[in-house]
Design a protein around this ligand. Structure first.
Ligand code: HEC
Length: 289
């Protein structure tokens, strides 16, 4: 197995140790057939045990919810948030009419305001999970406009503005119950627990089994609450990115090929991943390292 980078043999050992712990954790997490509600409860209880005293609401702050030291730096950054300008750009784009005179508001319930918490959702009509970014682009094509690129730029700004209008509302993905909803959910769950890439690690190996542990210079965030602050401004990117941009980056972490943004696989992952964060307030857009 190759190390994540070649800086030192210490890193090699860290990765090996993570992988070994992960192998056990991964097996365990896949062993039982459970309902989405049971999964949600188990997922939550896992983190409650691991981080006693951290309330559910804090998980929306990622690693800063569990690490006081990095939290202080982050709070200072949030005083003049690097995404502020994106919210303004997003608002302007959101309210600028298409060539046909319609606006984005025409494509969403409540004119698109304060609804972020309901995404992604399963569309009975189209028999598929729909993400916010997908509906933004569908709105464009329906109105005769070209779709936007998926991972950054305008779509991320519009998504940021919409998230901003939903701040404080509890994430509310409808519990999957019908066979097709369950199928999408299970696909996403499988992605989260399946090992992949040259490092042979699952999302859960890092964001569940090793949450709170260091990997290189980063402390791994808990998978619980991961989704609530997207899109996110990352210092590393120097701009705003969507959830699927981050998924691609995390697939690459383990030397797996990233999938296409808005592919069914990532949509399914987002569906499972967001359902696990139900009840945590939307606090997007956010800022991270
Ligand atoms: C080898 C370890 C590793 C694996 C495997 C991994 N990630 Fe990550 N991930 C990281 C690191 C490191 C970060 C940055 C620090 C942090 O916030 O956890 C990160 C960050 C994230 C974030 C952003 C968290 C935030 O607060 O903004 C999300 C979301 C995420 N990962 C999802 C996933 C998903 C989904 C998978 C599986 C497809 C995955 N990760 C697999 C290492 C990993």
């Amino acid at each position: 197995m190759k190390p994540l980078n070649n800086k030192s043999s210490h890193i090699k050992r860290v990765v090996l140790a993570l992988t070994t712990v992960g192998a056990i954790g991964g097996l365990f997490s896949n062993a039982m057939a459970t309902t989405p509600e049971e999964d949600l409860q188990n997922f939550r209880e896992y983190f409650y045990k691991k981080f006693p005293g951290v309330p559910l609401s804090e998980y929306g702050n990622g690693v800063y919810g569990i690490d006081q030291k990095s939290r202080e730096t982050w709070e200072a950054i949030e005083e003049f948030p690097p995404y502020e300008i994106d919210i303004e750009t997003g608002e302007e784009l959101f309210n600028t009419p298409f060539a046909n005179g319609n606006t984005y508001a025409s494509c969403f319930k409540n004119g698109g305001i304060g609804i972020r918490q309901n995404f992604p959702f399963y569309s009975k009509e189209h028999k598929q999970v729909k993400t916010l970014e997908q509906v933004i682009n569908e709105c464009r094509t329906k109105n005769g406009e070209k779709p936007l690129k998926w991972k950054k730029g305008k779509i991320a700004s519009i998504s940021a503005y919409m998230a901003y209008t939903s701040r404080g509302k509890a994430t509310h993905v409808k519990t999957p119950t019908t066979p097709d909803e369950i199928k999408w959910y299970e696909r996403g769950r499988k992605h989260f627990y399946a090992k992949r890439g040259q490092l042979n690690m699952s999302c859960a190996n890092c964001h569940q089994d090793n949450a709170g542990n260091y990997i290189r210079a980063d402390i791994l965030s808990p998978g619980l609450g991961h989704v609530t602050h997207f899109p996110v401004y990352r210092a590393k990117w120097g701009n705003l990115g969507t959830m699927h941009r981050r998924y691609g980056g995390c697939n690459k972490q383990v030397r797996a090929l990233p999938l296409k943004a808005q592919s069914d696989e990532y949509k399914a992952l987002e569906y499972f991943h967001t359902y696990m964060s139900n009840g945590i307030e939307v606090n997007g857009p956010g800022s991270r390292k």
